[in-house]
Design a protein around this ligand. Sequence first.
Ligand code: COI
Length: 356
Amino acid sequence: MLNIRYELTKNPKAKPAADDPLRFGTIFTDHMFVMNYETGKGWFDARIVPYGEISLDPSAMVFHYGQEMFEGMKAYRTEDNRVLLFRPYKNAERANNSNKRLCMPQIPEEDFVEACKAVVKVDQDWIPTKPGTSLYIRPFMIATDPFLGVRVSDTYLFIVILSPVGPYYAEGLNPVKIWIEDEYVRAVKGGIGEAKTGGNYVASLAAQVKAHDEGYSQVLWLDGRERKYIEEVGAMNIFFKINGTIVTPMLNGSILPGVTRNSVIEVCKSWGLPVEERRISVDELVEAGRTGALEECFGSGTAAVISPVSHLRFENEVFKIGDGGIGPVSQKLYDTITGIQLGKIADDRNWTVEVK
Ligand code: COI
C-alpha cells in the first residue's frame, strides 16, 4: 500500500462548462499523482500535488532515448453518483509488461491502481457527465537520469494526470475513414510494438500526416516484415465483420494487446457471435471489400471506445463499408461497453472498480 502525501491546490481552476466539447487531451484537472524511483531504493515519495510543470535536467534520458511507458484508462460517474474505473488491473498488468520490455521498474499492480484511484478521488468533481464524455486517466513513467550514454536509467518518475474528454476523433461516434499504409511500418516482431511507449507513436506520424492530407483520420498498419498482414491502427485495435464472423488480428508481438480489444472479444462471444483472432491478409480484406463480404469495420481503444470505420483505402482503391454508417454490431458494442462503464448495464464480469 502506498503512503500518499497530499499537497492540495489553493487555486483550483475553473472547470469546463457543461456544454464544452472537451476536445480530447486538452484540459487537465487540478492535481496529479507523482512517485519517484531509484535503483536500490525502490519507489518512494508517493504524492498528490497540484497539476503543473515538472522540472527535469535537459540531459534526462527520456528526452534522448525515449525510455518511457504510458497507459490510458477512463473514470466514469454513474447515475447513482458512484465513480467507476474500467478494468484498471488489466492496464496495471500491461504497464508492467511494457516496463519489462523497456527495462523499467515494475510497479506493484495494487500500487498502480491505488495511485489512479487516489488522484481520481481528489479530482472527481472534474468527471464530466454529458453522454460520450469521461475522465481520461494517463499514467506514465519516464527515465530521469541526467546522462547522454545509452543505457538503462537508474531513476524514474511515475506520474498520473487526468483530463476530462469527449470523443477521441473529431467525428465523435460517426464513422472514420482509414488509410491502409503500404510505405511506412509501425513495428516489427521482436521490436517494441506490443509495449505502450512513445516510440511506437512517433513512428506513426509520417504516415498519419500523409493520410490526413488525403482526408483520412488514421492509418491501418500492415506487418513490418511482409507488409501483407493487418496489424492495428495505432490509436486503436481493429475489427472486421466478414460474412457474419467477427475477425481481428491475433496478438503476435507487434500489436498492442488492447483492454477494449479483449472486452470486445468477450462480449461478442457472449452474444454467440463467431469470433476469430487470426492473421488477416490485406488481400483477403480487399477481396472482402470488393465482394461486399466485409459487412462492418470498427476500431477499439480506451480513447476511441468503439469507433466505426466507413471507408478503407488501400493503394488507389477505396472501399465503402456497408452503407457508410454505423454498423449494428459496432453500435451494440458501443452501447454495451459504455453501458457497463457507466454502471447502466449489469457488470457480470466484475470489470468495473469503484473509487471510494
Ligand atoms: C488510449 O486509447 O488510451 C491510448 O492510449 C491511445 C492514444 C493514442 C490516445
